[in-house]
Structures are given as structure tokens and as C-alpha cells.
Design a protein around this ligand. Structure first.
Ligand SMILES: Cc1cc2nc3c(=O)[nH]c(=O)nc-3n(C[C@H](O)[C@H](O)[C@H](O)COP(=O)(O)O)c2cc1C
Length: 215
């Protein structure tokens, strides 16, 4: 045993539920920088996530180069235009194009998250039949970071409208790393309990119980 186990009271549980309700995917950022100490804390929190075999396969690349940021913006905008073209109906296509789907230009911090598909840690435990567990572990770390950010008033936006191979080449990372996410972090321009896609009429949340089954 290490340390005294904390207890989480009803008030904490209620506040935690509020955190979950008010976590948002953010695309509208003000340009106020995030303090370096806060970024370090967020990354340290992410590392508390569970992972298959305790393999900790997440690899966070902090993007510092303005030229890389510009290249990413251009890439995502291109991919976004292609994605729009895949909608057959004009109304749906125009609706899609009206959405703001990334804050890459404004967010003060950009992180690319990769999964090390051959981590030394973990000794292969749990991935013989389902190697994708490594990638799921990375998603756990991202969600942990997301909540840790939100409780500090920092917003996170997940950008997935990318060609992963192009991002891999741009960032020059090892061949056995696969892209999980491109993340924008910064202080949100507004806070809301309703997802942006719901507010813009794209997709509302549906009752959670409709997605629970019994056998
Ligand atoms: C795996 C994943 C990928 C996502 N990719 C994008 C994206 O490329 N662009 C975007 O605007 N939002 C993206 N999102 C955010 C979702 O649109 C958002 O989570 C959803 O609409 C619910 O809103 P909320 O996160 O504010 O509750 C992504 C979220 C996840 C979990």
C-alpha cells in the first residue's frame, strides 16, 4: 500500500458529474497561452490513464514549429473540403461546410498523439489477439487529459479530419507509431453544457438508455 486512500464524498461526485456534463469539444479559442506548468500537469495527468499490460503506449508530440502548424492547417482544410464533397445532398454538404471543425489556427497548444505499436513496456500482455488495445489505451489517456484540462478551464478539441499517413510524414515520427489524434488546447471563447454539433443542428445527443442492451 502506498499512501492513505482518499475518499470522494457526495459533493465531489456531484461536481465530477458537472465536469462530465461541461466537458466540451472546443474549436473556438482565445489566443491566451497555456502556462508551461499547466501543460506539464495535463500531460502528467494523462499518464495516470489505464493501459493494456501497463504498456503506456501513448506518445505526445508537442507541436512548436509555426511552419508545421501552417502545414497542418492547410492539410486539414484540404481534407475537410474533400469530406464535404462526399455528401451527395447539397443541403447536407452546405451544412457540413458551415461547421467549424477545428481550432488549429487559434489554439495556443497543439498536440499530436501517437500509439507506439511496439512498446517495450507491457511485455505484450493483453495484445496477442487484440492489438488495438494499445490504441484504446491511448484514447484513455486523451480522455484523462481532456477532463484534467476542462477542470482547469482549458478546452480541448479533437481533430480527426486528416490523412494519418500525411501527418506521420509531416511529423517525422518512428514508423511503428500510429496516429491517434491531433488535439487543440486553449482557453475556450465560451463555455456551454451543449455540444456544438447539437447547437448547430447537426446531431443531437440521444437518450443514453437507447444504447444499452441486455442478453
Ligand atoms: C474520436 C473523436 C474524433 C473527433 N473528431 C473531431 C473532428 O475532427 N472535428 C470536430 O469538430 N470534432 C471532432 N470530435 C468532437 C466531436 O464532434 C464531439 O465530441 C461531439 O460532437 C460531442 O460534443 P462534445 O465533445 O462537446 O460533448 C471528435 C471527437 C472524438 C471523440
Amino acid at each position: 500500500m502506498s499512501g492513505i486512500s482518499p475518499s470522494f464524498d457526495a459533493d465531489f461526485a456531484a461536481r465530477f458529474a458537472e465536469l462530465l456534463r461541461w466537458r466540451r469539444d472546443v474549436r473556438h479559442f482565445d489566443r491566451r497561452p497555456i502556462a508551461e506548468a499547466d501543460m506539464r500537469e495535463l500531460l502528467a495527468c494523462a499518464a495516470l490513464a489505464p493501459s493494456v499490460g501497463n504498456a503506456q503506449p501513448w506518445r505526445f508530440v508537442c507541436l512548436r514549429s509555426p511552419a508545421l502548424r501552417q502545414a497542418l492547417i492547410e492539410h486539414v482544410n484540404e481534407q475537410n473540403a474533400e469530406a464535404a464533397g462526399r455528401y451527395a445532398g447539397q443541403a447536407r454538404r452546405e451544412h457540413y461546410l458551415s461547421l467549424k471543425l477545428h481550432g488549429l489556427a487559434e489554439a495556443p497548444e497543439l498536440l499530436a498523439v501517437f500509439c507506439d505499436e511496439q512498446p517495450k513496456a507491457g511485455h505484450g500482455l493483453g495484445i496477442a489477439t487484440m492489438p488495438e488495445m494499445l490504441r484504446y489505451s491511448c484514447v484513455m489517456a486523451i480522455h484523462t487529459l481532456w477532463l484534467a484540462a476542462r477542470l482547469r478551464g482549458i478546452g480541448l478539441g479533437w481533430v480527426s479530419i486528416v490523412d494519418p499517413e500525411a501527418i506521420h510524414a509531416m511529423l517525422d515520427v518512428p514508423a511503428h507509431w500510429s496516429l491517434i489524434a491531433l488535439l487543440c488546447l486553449g482557453y475556450p471563447l465560451e463555455e456551454t453544457a451543449v455540444p456544438e454539433l447539437e447547437r448547430r443542428g447537426w446531431q443531437a445527443r440521444e437518450p443514453w438508455a437507447d444504447r444499452v442492451f441486455e442478453r
